[in-house]
Structures are given as C-alpha cells and as structure tokens.
Write a protein that binds this ligand. Sequence first.
Ligand code: KIV
Ligand code: ZN
Length: 497
Amino acid sequence: MQNIIIFDTTLRDGEQVPGCQLNTTEKIQIAKALEEIGVDVIEAGFPVSSPGDFNSVMEVSKAVSEPIICALTRGVKNDIDVAAESLKYAKRKRIHTGIGTSDFHIRYKFNSNREEILERAIAATKYAKSLVEDVEFYCEDAGRTDNAYLARVVEAVIKAGATVVNIPDTTGYCLPEQFGEKIAYLKNNVQNIDKAILAVHCHNDLGLATANTMAAIQNGALQVETTINGIGERAGNTAMEEIVMICKSHPYLGYSTRIKTPKIYALSRTVSNLMNMPIQHNKAIVGRNAFAHSSGIHQDGVLKNKDSYEIIDPKDVGIEENSILLTARSGRAALKHRLSILGINVEGERLDSIYENFLKLADKKREISDDDILMLAGVQHAKNPKIKLNYLKVTSGKEVVPEAEIGITMSGKEYEAKASGNGPVDAAIKALKQILKKKMVLQEFVIQSINRGSDDIGKVHMQLLYEDKIYYGFGANTDIVVASLEAYIDAINKFKS
Ligand code: KIV
Ligand code: ZN
C-alpha cells in the first residue's frame, strides 16, 4: 500500500471563510483533534496576516507534538521571517511559501513576467531553507499554469531546497483527467522530481475537488491538502473525509492513510460547531442523510442485507446507531454520553449548565437531535457579552403593524425600548438601535433551520458593517425573532470600539 500524506488546512484555508474565524483556544482544540485522528501535517495559519494568526501558530506548535506544523507565507522575505519565528516551538516545522505561476497571476497580480517570477520562486525557497529544513513551495494557480513553465518552476525550487512541491488548482477550474495529466507531466518532465514530495491542493468551484485530488493521487501525488467537511475559500477545498474513505473503500487501488476513520464524525461535528458552519445534509460521509435510507425499497433492501445500499459501515466513520433518544426525561449521563460521541467532553458546571438548557429545550421539543445538542453546547461559548438581551416581546401578524419591546443590560445598566418595523425582526433591531445610537448596516441575514419540524431550532448568521469593518454574529433559538436579535447583538459585542 502507498501511504498518502494528509496535510490538513482547516485552520488556514478553512479559517479564511467569512464567519468561521476561531480564537486560539478553539484552534488548539481542533489541532489536538487533528493530531488524534492521525493527520500528518497541520497548516496552522498565515502568521504575517495578523498578530492573532501568529499567536495561534505559536500556541498550536506548543500544543501538538506528532504532526508537522506548517505556516503559510507569500514568497516574501518578511513573511518567511515571521513564519519562522511563529514556528519556533514546533517539534517538527515546515514553511509553506510560494507564488502565482499562471499567466493570469504573473501579468495581473504581479505585473511581471515568467523569468522574474521564476527568480522570485527560487529566492523565496532558498531564504526559507536558510531558516528551516522542511520547505514546501506552492505554485499558486498551477491548475491554469502552462505545464512546460510549471515544470521549470518545480525543477528550480526543488534544486533550491524545496522538500515538497504543491500544485494547487486554486480556482477549481481543472477537470480530473486534465489535472491527473498535469501531475503525470511533472513526474515525467521534471528531472529531480524524486527528490521532493509532490502535493496537490484542490478547490471545489466546479464540485471537482475530490475527483481532481484522486486523479492526482493516481498519477503520483503523495501528499493531499484537505480540510474537514471541505470548508475553505469560496466553494471550499477537498474534504479530508472523502479522500480517506475513497482510499479505504477501494483497497485494490493500493492507497492508504494514517487517519483513524472512526474519529471522523466527531471531528467533523467539532469543526462545524466551533466554526458555526453547518454541514449540508447530503454531504458525503458526514452529512445527516449520508447513511439515512428513506425510500421503502431502500429500507427493505437494507433490512434484508445492509450491503444492498450501504458501501460504508457507518461505524467505520464513527456514526453509532443512536439507541438513546434524548427527551425531557433523559438524565445528565445520557446527555454527557451523546456529547462525547459528538466530540464534546464536558464535566461539572459546564455540563450542568448545558443540561439546564437542554431540559428547557426538551420541554419545547419532543425529541432533541444531535444538532440541537451541539447548539446548546455552542451557546455556552458566549463569554462576558457587553450587551445582554433580557427580554423581547413582539406583536406581528396579518393586518398588524409589527412592534417590538426589548430590555437589555449594557455595561451593568438596564435599558428598555419599543419600536415598530416592517416585520418583527426589523422592529426588534430598530428598538435596539434606539438604545445604542450606533450607525451600523446589516449586510447579510441568513436563517437556517436544523431539522424539519415547526418546533425546530433556527440558526441565524448576520453580517454587520460598522466603521468600515465587517462583524459576524450568530444566534440560535426555537424563536426565530429571538435568534435574529441575538445574532445582531452577538455581532455588536465583537465591535472593537
Ligand atoms: O488555493 C491556493 O492556491 C492556496 C495556496 C496558498 C496554497 O491556498
Ligand atoms: Zn487554497
């Protein structure tokens, strides 16, 4: 079996997604889970981009010992210096530097030419190599880079000391056959190709990230760059769970990974929960419906023999049959057990507080789902908010002018206000604005339900513009107006001034 190296970029490319930002503690939690599941390399951030990212790379380096910790840079000296400094505590460290190599990037991004970019690629690699032993070079937009020029860059950076060369399909443009051919071309036309590991990093703009990554593996790529749940820029990156399970489900292909697959589901939920990023229900491997058989014919077939419609045993990815239904009669132990299956280990006061909210919700809903539980656990994350919603009363309906009355606590003082609007959410926000007197603009407002019933929890994501900066807020409640106002307040609580 050929081992495929799993390079996880959930904490870098995944974290670039608007609204998915994590604090350092959360990044450490995910990094430890990535270590436990067996990823080989963790790309922990882009240190020069912010002091927060720098600090996270440093703290992840301290917290994790087995995987290589990688820091991203542009092909710029200062970026590389900052990355090297952020990695100083890593037991095994790698700098990931690079430059755009397609003519689009060379002309429009750098206003340069191929020869100059080649020189810059060599210089960046040599400089990184003078600071760390393990240097990965990415040829950004390699998917749209001319193969002959790409081969020259790859050969030159390997000669300059790159240990890994990354071929990203940055725009998700390639077709699997084309991308496979590109990898084969490099294998056949770069003289020193066996002196480095060939890696790929695919984006999912055309829904082909996994197919392209597999085509690359089948043509000689040994490292794949992936994220949990496929999160990442725009339509996302290749999903780690998909590549791992394809290799496992097709053993005759001859590829294996070090990933402990029964830990996949819990990690997927942890990432979704911490990043407030829902998993689409039909997402392969980890979606709610991935193992749900609903049609009568399928159910009948599965009952006769699971293999008729199941190509993966759900237990192989950590999905246990949930024999314990959580209701208002369930105890703390049942809740704790379910939380631990979902990747959340809590004890003592935190468990008590989640349990208290669980009972309140169970009084409103007949049955509590995994997503409800994650939501309850997530709700506990709100730390010392500046503004707290005490109550919200709304009147709305047909032929009624929607009105809202709210009470909040801000900096220890209580405030109340009443306003009308073109709907209950609008009225509630207007009432809040009367108290705050701040100029902010609601730019995005997304409501999602989790399950199907009318007793469902609604999740609300909002994007606010305040003093030229964008802030994201999140709220969850069985009452969608409350969830909306809480999301609005959550965003305001993040304002810098
Ligand atoms: O998509 C891309 O090209 C990247 C590189 C920075 C590796 O994320
Ligand atoms: Zn990327």
